[in-house]
Design a protein around this ligand. Structure first.
Ligand code: ADP
Ligand code: MG
Ligand code: MG
Length: 471
């Protein structure tokens, strides 16, 4: 079913010209912005790609997906602490995928030594697309590492509220749900910092050499200072290996300061590791600092784990309440392993016969890594023994809606376009294997892409920040 905003579209040309200008000025002045990838000049920011208007989402789906987030956080947490499950699930992927193997080796090293810090912090996001065939939302993936856009999602809701009121629709604002993602995600970091228990210990943001999604990160830093002015935040490049050391008591020391919380905004992709990246990762993991994410949370967020959880009776192993297990299972799309066994061979045949129904995913994060539809057969055939490091997923086909997609490259009166929207729910979890200190839903994200494009990363320019309008 196609959903609409109760607004007459397209907007008249004069009104559109004015309102696009309004949106860009409001956006730039309130940080709906990124540092352009073609110009990392620290003096400049550009408007972040965003939709002019909110996009419709059924209220019942919004309510259910936000309700269930703590159960998903807890499921991930339990998976992360079930060694036998992680070992069994990842064994084929680590054999053939270098990146997952290296992460697993860090995990094994820390596990053998004994975890110095048994508390992990998860700032997660479960992503969904509405499937038009099944008329419900299906989970795209569960992110546990460097989950982004919580700040910009909070801001873009404010931007679109301003636009709706400028368009004379203040009466409709009640259908745009509040989004406190920025604050709620930061509260997780503050709670972890408090748990660490040393007012002088710092929070580090581990970052890339050049950060393009700078507003999203900086807003978190500023919000942390608002919630708890005693917290000192340092941005530290993950590549600067010599900054990091361990004290004799295994405190993590960065440039002479003790670290309470190590928050990763990088280190989810092989190209971010450089020469000494894995040494740095191991050093941080061995330390007393609370990691966001710890290596076991990182591994629990792999696509392989997602696929394994979708097999019969696996979620049920972790979720004791049968109704909740059923509710979680309803979210799963079609997922298949690609091991060299009967099941994997069947999945291979499915993909070869009906590639238009599938997406092939490696154990990677950050967008741009998947293989879609008719590219699958050639790719699969060329794959050798590394096939088990991939999973096969049924394509979810959303029904498009209409919107204006703004970015720094559009003209003064952009065309009305068809977009499809991916809905994400943020979650915060803090705890040890035996004790959960915090577990809550932490706001949401909506990210739209032009109908027909495979992926919609905002930082890479193919996705547009958006926010829900409940219908
Ligand atoms: P990443 O960890 O790189 O973000 P995702 O699994 O989220 O990997 O895939 C990237 C993008 O690809 C998603 O944001 C979505 O736009 C698209 N995508 C992924 N899986 C599916 C699917 N099953 N059906 C339709 N689109 C998908
Ligand atoms: Mg994703
Ligand atoms: Mg991801």
């Amino acid at each position: 079913m196609e959903l609409h905003l109760p607004i007459k579209l397209p907007l008249g040309e004069d009104l559109l010209r004015k309102i696009v200008e309004d949106a860009k000025d409001w956006g730039l002045m309130h940080g709906v912005a990124i540092r352009p990838t073609d110009n990392a000049d620290p003096n400049s920011l550009a408007i972040a790609p965003h939709c002019l208007l909110p996009s419709p989402i059924p209220r019942a789906d919004f309510d259910e997906l936000t309700r269930i987030q703590p159960a998903l956080n807890l499921l991930m947490h339990k998976v992360a602490h079930d060694h036998a499950f992680l070992e069994e699930t990842l064994k084929s992927a680590i054999q053939y995928d270098d990146f997952t193997r290296k992460a697993y080796e860090v995990y094994e090293a820390v596990r053998n030594e004994g975890f110095t810090q048994d508390v992990s912090l998860g700032l997660c996001r479960s992503d969904y697309l509405p499937d038009s065939a099944r008329s419900r939302y299906q989970q795209v993936e569960f992110n546990t590492v460097a989950t982004s856009l919580s700040s910009l999602s909070t801001r873009v809701k404010e931007l679109q509220s301003y636009i709706m009121s400028e368009l004379g629709h203040a009466d409709l604002l009640k259908n745009m749900p509040d989004n406190d993602a920025l604050n709620l995600m930061c509260l997780g970091i503050v709670r972890a910092w408090e748990h660490y228990g040393n007012d002088n210990a710092i929070v580090i943001f581990l970052v890339e050499d050049v950060t393009f999604n700078i507003c999203d990160q900086r807003f978190m830093e500023y919000q942390l200072k608002i919630i708890q002015p005693k917290i000192k935040v340092r941005r530290v490049k993950f590549s600067e290996h010599s900054c990091f050391s361990l004290s004799s008591g295994k405190e993590l020391i960065v440039n002479g300061e003790e670290v309470a919380v190590a928050y990763y905004r990088t280190a989810y992709s092989p190209n971010q590791y450089g020469e000494k990246g894995w040494e740095t990762r191991l050093l941080i993991e061995r330390s007393k600092a609370i990691k966001c994410p710890s290596i076991q949370y990182h591994l629990a967020g792999t696509k392989k784990v997602q696929q394994q959880l979708a097999l019969p009776n696996v979620v049920e192993r972790f979720v004791s309440d049968p109704d909740e297990a059923k509710a979680i299972r309803r979210l799963f799309a079609e997922l298949h392993p690609l091991d060299f066994n009967e099941e994997g061979n069947k999945a291979y045949d499915l993909a070869m016969e009906h590639p238009e129904k599938y997406v092939l995913k490696p154990q990677r994060e950050g967008g741009g890594n998947n293989v879609y539809k008719d590219e699958i057969p050639g790719f699969l055939k060329a794959l050798g023994k590394e096939r088990p490091a991939y999973i096969l997923m049924g394509l979810i086909s959303p029904t498009p809606t209409k919107n204006y997609a703004l970015s720094r490259s559009n003209g003064p009166t952009p065309p009305l376009v068809s977009v499809v929207s991916e809905f994400g729910v943020y979650g915060v979890i803090l705890g040890s294997p035996s004790n959960i200190l915090a577990n809550y839903q932490a706001g949401h994200m909506l990210r739209s892409k032009l109908d027909g494009s495979n992926e919609g990363g905002v930082a890479v320019g193919s996705g547009f920040l958006d926010s829900p309008y409940l219908v």
